[in-house]
Design a binder for this molecule. Structure first.
Ligand code: ZN
Length: 200
């Protein structure tokens, strides 16, 4: 099914798939591995350090990460299936960006240290203590799976600073829609539930 959509791409704000609450995956098979490879390719092509499945229109609890954005860096590439943030500690403000918001950056307050519980590609449960950039990226990506975007976590003052950029993106999105490049909300919702039924 996925193979019939070779033009998979990173969806930009305010695409409704970014607000979708994703469903847990029940199995890892070759089709899913193919999707994961496409996600990794897109993440590296965009020089990103993390990507969540609903950012490419897949309604699954699945994220990929590589904080060095270098596919040759040993041990840096991570695939987390059904990730859950099991513990949170501390607090830190750091600038964040997102592949769905090109060129928009703003500081976000998040717990400094976490424990991430997830499954890896081999279907094994992993529990990882994370801090620094790892913890930040993991939390940003897990937020995506719940339809939460980093702009939702900005202080009112910081939100105001990016307001014009967001409005520009909203205008560009409506323009693409008018030109028939993006389906309407009902079609997008139907497509997401079709993909959910196929795999969850
Ligand atoms: Zn993001």
């Amino acid at each position: 099914m996925f193979g019939s959509h070779p033009s998979v791409q990173i969806l930009k704000y305010p695409h409704p798939a970014l607000r979708h609450v994703s469903k847990p995956l029940l199995r890892v098979d070759s089709e899913l591995k193919g999707m994961i490879h496409q996600m990794l390719d897109l993440m590296y092509a965009g020089e990103g350090i993390g990507l969540a499945a609903n950012q490419v229109g897949l309604p699954y609890r699945l994220v990929v990460m590589n904080v060095r954005s270098d596919r040759t860096a040993p041990g840096e590439e991570h695939v987390f299936i059904n990730p859950v943030i099991a513990q949170r500690k501390g607090q830190e403000d750091k600038e964040e960006g997102c592949l769905s918001f090109p060129d928009i950056y703003a500081p976000v307050r998040r717990p400094e240290k976490i424990v991430l519980a997830a499954y890896n590609l081999a279907g094994e449960e992993v529990n990882l203590e994370m801090d620094g950039l790892y913890a930040r990226v993991a939390q940003h990506e897990c937020d995506h799976l719940d339809g939460i975007l980093f702009i939702d976590r900005l202080t009112p003052a910081n939100l105001l600073k990016v307001k014009q950029d967001l409005e520009d993106m909203e205008l560009a999105f409506s323009g693409e829609r008018r030109r028939g490049l993006i389906p309407d909300d009902r079609l997008i919702a139907a497509r997401l539930s079709q993909l959910e039924v196929a795999r969850t």
